[in-house]
Design a protein around this ligand. Structure first.
Ligand code: UD1
Length: 373
């Protein structure tokens, strides 16, 4: 009998570190189709990540590209449905919370193919974030909800999701971090030399969310706040294309000590995060990575869908206010930090997902149907 096909969907930069370990764990028992929606298409945000993670080239790229939320979501919905009708995989796995995650889950659910959501159950409670809408709806469409932490299980139960669909497996992005950290560390001297922070302490800054960068006055305040810190501690700032465009149209210049660089590939970025004295960000995943690395992280957002990084990790939420940023940075830099120990963030989350799916498919089609009804 030939192996069942499971399709793993990737779309945007943060997806690759989550999908990589899952695709490779599934390969032992299934035929895996990697499908790229094309939401991110720059080499710096896509191809370089596949290379660093040792992932195969996607079997198919839907080529959806940039656009409004409706254009991006609609584009994936239409193109992915065609693929599903032709290929008829036994299941589709989606990761994270980007527009393509929701679109692929919706296309699969509508044609009756069971969906698994990796990184299910995270909630910021902030319905103005496009990612929050994507998370809630993707979870509702999914048969298998693979959660990274117990708070996610609580969120899902509160939304009425049955227990037998919720699987606490741990954090797949931390699988990738743990397996590639030794290689990243070997690169540090070279990376730091290339980016101009060799031989000294430095901070790392990333800002890309619409809520942080789309209003010029708010972005200016955020940069002004980091500027107060960078007067004494240089900050490397790999700039996302959205942020580059917003800074250019608003005519914003960077304060002294913030060094703008192109987006950085995974291994190089991990090597920098690991050695940074302080991280300031509005990213989701970096809250988790810095916690595991024991590096203090100030997250410039009013809410987080990853509260465990505040409870057990190194993460603090701060407003985009210059005084608050400077005060929080001084406090974080004065403290000693250690790597967080978070249950099941042990590098084996993808293995657990593969074992659950193997058991599921071994127990026959009636069980598969039953779960999704
Ligand atoms: C998307 C995700 C966000 C994730 C982020 C990581 C949604 C709603 N947002 O945001 O959750 O944290 O990816 O980067 O899905 N662009 C390029 N090259 C590319 C892709 C985009 O230059 O390869 C530019 C385009 O001008 C585009 C803009 O960046 O309009 C924003 O891209 P988009 O995919 O819409 O969202 P992100 O801000 O990247």
């Amino acid at each position: 009998m030939s192996a069942k096909v499971i399709t793993v969907v990737v779309a945007a930069r943060p997806n690759f570190m989550k999908a990589g370990p899952v695709a490779s764990a599934l390969e032992e028992a299934f035929e895996v189709d990697l499908v790229h929606t094309g939401q991110h298409y720059d080499r710096r945000l896509s191809g370089a990540f596949l290379e660093d993670l040792g992932m195969a080239d996607p079997a198919l790229n839907l080529g959806v590209g940039s656009g409004s939320h409706a254009e991006q979501t609609g584009g994936v919905l239409i193109a992915f449905e065609k693929y599903l009708l032709d290929r008829k995989p036994s299941a589709v796995l989606v990761v994270g919370d980007v527009n393509s995650t929701l679109a692929a889950a919706l296309a699969a659910a509508k044609v009756g193919i069971p969906v698994g959501h990796v990184e299910a159950g995270l909630r910021s409670g902030d319905w103005t974030m496009p990612e929050e809408i994507n998370r809630v709806l993707t979870d509702r469409l999914s048969c298998w909800l693979f959660t990274p932490s117990a708070d996610a299980d609580v969120n899902l139960r509160a939304e009425g999701i049955a227990d037998d669909r919720i699987h606490l497996v741990g954090n797949v992005m931390i699988d990738t971090l743990r397996s590639l950290l030794p290689e990243a560390r070997e690169r540090f001297d070279d990376v730091a030399g290339r980016l101009g922070v060799a031989g000294g302490d430095f901070g790392l800054l990333t800002l890309h969310r619409p809520a942080t960068v789309d209003v010029p006055a708010e972005l200016a305040r955020a940069l002004d706040g980091v500027g107060r810190v960078s007067a004494a501690l240089p900050f490397l700032f790999p700039v996302h294309p959205r942020t580059t465009a917003r800074m250019a149209s608003a005519g914003l210049a960077l304060p002294a000590g913030i060094i703008a660089v192109e987006p950085v590939r995974y291994l190089d970025f991990l090597s920098l995060m690991d050695r940074a004295s302080l991280v300031i960000t509005d990213s989701g995943g970096m809250q988790e990575e810095t916690s595991v690395l024991g590096v203090p992280c100030l997250t410039m957002r009013p809410t987080t869908e990853r509260p465990i990084t505040v409870e057990l990790g190194t993460n603090r939420l701060i407003p985009a206010d210059p005084d608050a940023i400077a005060a929080a940075a001084a406090e974080a830099l004065a403290q000693e930090w250690t790597a967080a120990v978070i249950p099941l963030w042990d590098g084996r989350a993808a293995e657990r997902i593969a074992a659950i799916l193997r058991e599921q498919f071994d127990s026959g089609p009636s069980r598969e149907r039953g779960l999704c009804s």
